[in-house]
Write a protein that binds this ligand. Structure first.
Ligand code: ISL
Ligand code: CA
Length: 543
């Protein structure tokens, strides 16, 4: 195994710092809160943590609008706190992956403040500017967060380009000076000793010419546009100088192209693509589709089997909670989903709270929501004539705030997250759903995660073994094998409550399969298996 490929047998944990643990009682999670909880992460058994942006930011998009790449946001602490976190994490053999946001900056970044000043300012070409009038933008492209990708600026009577909010102007990657500055900043962080980056929105850095005509896909002009390879190769060359792990957030990269983007020789080691994680924004459809999940994960597993490597996840800070989307908020559903996710081929990422079964929040008014895009979506629906109760229901289904509510540590005031009213409300279900359950029940969700992580780490076949989906047409049973020359593993999970019977081939020698882990009572593998209520089984056959 190459020393650079440590990430293949590692398990990751994503921390949304604002909501993880508040150490100084201001209602906002912080770096010292993370430090306090390192032993908890160690107990879970993960190897690295990815921390969402902690840099100086006006917080229009909760830290994804950076005004100084080399400063820590005061809400989170200081650079000294960060250094202490890094040191303590390393002492526990936990690696730290930082978020790298270089598609755009904040409009309060000194580069943009300069850029706005005049047509001939030295920073003008750090961003994309084009001729426009107040009423006539350079084109009619729409941004991800709603509204035009262009914002008109009076000072120079031109418009600047942004694929997200207007406070997040896109950097001009064509400009070698911009790239040089970004690369220096990257080296500065890597030299500090961090262990890698999750690279935000990286598939959007290259844009089509402004007169490009949109046909079927409205995002096409800034989604994995050809020419992007050159920039990705430059980035890769820097990362290659260090023993680090990289995960590109690369929406719009299809599975059949992902080989070039991932693995030992790809632009990144892995990518986050969003295809399997549906965002559900329709009234009356709160549930994710299990057939879609199976189909999509199968395609990614199969496409990257020989060339490339998958990042495995079911939720992050941009999605609703998986136990609510694909399950019924129950501990059984949480364990079933964990079983499916953690034994696939790739590097798993657990999103904070997933390991204790945190669920969606029952938002009942727009005031309870925080994410700017959700609020904008709601307002757009109202403007289109949707009645307010429907607009709220649709926006809530989709909202990124579900995964951003404070971490539920224990059955105590504010879930043990803070002693003060937190920045976003804690879900009332913290009384039952919290991390302290692990010390009360051996059958806790946490313990199941722990067992799966341990099993995975001690079993080569579960890391490198070939993936094969079985029962592809079954609407709820997720079943697959992981196989090497010496052993086979069978993962069998009912992602539903209904009783169902599945059958396996005549030719199998069922006596050779041994049950290793189950979430219910032991049940030997047989040709006909009757399953219900989110039960999950893991079998091994040695040849
Ligand atoms: O919005 C998308 C498609 O509908 C995605 O392609 C997009 O790349 C993704 O949502 C980007 O998310 C990331 O960058 C955003 C930030 O708000 C998110 O939290 C972050 O994960 C802007 O920096
Ligand atoms: Ca705090």
């Amino acid at each position: 195994l190459e020393k650079n490929s440590w990430w293949k047998n590692a398990v990751g944990y994503q921390i949304y710092p604002r909501s993880f643990k508040d150490s100084n009682h201001d209602g906002i999670g912080d770096l010292n809160g993370i430090r306090q909880k390192l032993p908890y992460l160690k107990e879970l058994g993960v190897d690295f943590i990815w921390i969402n942006p902690i840099y100086a930011s006006p917080n229009v998009d909760n830290g994804y609008d950076i005004s100084d790449y080399q400063a820590i946001h005061e809400d989170f602490g200081t650079m000294d706190d960060f250094q202490a976190l890094l040191k303590e994490a390393h002492a526990l053999d936990l690696k730290i992956i930082m978020d790298l946001v270089v598609n755009h900056t904040s409009d309060q970044h000194p580069w943009f403040i300069e850029s706005k000043k005049s047509l001939d300012n030295p920073y003008r070409d750090y961003y994309h500017w084009a001729d426009a009038t107040k009423d006539q933008m350079p084109n009619d492209w729409q941004s991800f967060f709603g509204g035009s990708t262009w914002t008109y600026d009076e000072t120079t009577q031109q418009a600047y380009f942004h694929v997200f909010a207007k406070e997040q102007p896109d950097l001009n990657w064509k400009n070698p000076r911009v790239r040089h500055e970004i690369y220096q900043m990257i080296r500065w962080w890597l030299d500090l000793g961090i262990d890698g980056f999750r690279i935000d929105a990286i598939s959007h850095i290259q844009k089509e010419p402004w007169d490009f005509k949109i046909t079927d896909n409205q995002w096409a002009p800034f989604m994995n546009v050809s020419g992007i390879e050159m920039y990705l190769k430059e980035l890769k060359a820097i990362f290659n100088e260090y023993t680090v792990m990289t995960v590109g957030e690369a929406s719009g990269v299809p599975h059949h192209e992902a080989g070039a983007w991932t693995g030992d020789h790809g632009y990144f080691n892995m990518i986050f693509e969003l295809e399997h994680c549906e965002r559900i924004g329709e009234i009356g459809r709160q549930k994710g589709s299990i057939p879609h999940l199976k189909h999509s994960l199968n395609q990614w597993q199969t496409s990257l089997e020989e060339d490339g490597w998958n990042a495995l996840y079911l939720e992050n800070h941009d999605t609703p909670r998986s136990v609510s989307v694909y399950g019924d908020d129950s501990p059984e559903a949480a364990k079933a989903l964990a079983t499916v996710l953690l034994l696939l081929k790739g590097t798993p990422f657990i999103y904070q709270g997933q390991e204790v079964g945190m669920t969606n929040y029952p938002f009942s008014s727009i005031e309870e929501l925080n994410a700017a895009d959700t609020i904008h979506f709601y307002q757009t629906l109202l403007a289109q004539g949707t009645i307010s109760t429907d607009a709220l229901a649709i926006a809530v289904n989709w909202s990124r705030d579900h995964s951003r509510t404070p971490f539920q540590w224990e059955d105590a005031l504010h879930g043990g997250f803070s002693t003060t009213e937190p920045w976003l409300k804690v879900n009332e279900n913290y009384r039952m759903i919290n991390a302290a359950q692990k010390d009360l029940k051996t059958s806790s969700i946490f313990h199941h995660y722990q067992a799966l992580i341990r099993l995975r780490k001690q079993t080569d076949a579960l890391i490198y073994g070939k993936f094969q989906l079985l029962l592809p047409e079954h609407p709820t049973v997720f079943c697959y094998t992981r196989t090497t020359q010496t052993e086979s593993w069978l993962i069998l999970v009912q992602l539903g409550r209904k009783q169902t019977t599945v059958s396996f081939p005549d030719s199998w020698d069922y006596s050779k399969w041994e049950e290793i882990v189950t979430t219910v009572d032991a049940k030997p593998l047989e040709q006909l298996m009757c399953l219900s209520d989110y039960e999950a089984h893991i079998y091994r056959k040695t040849t």
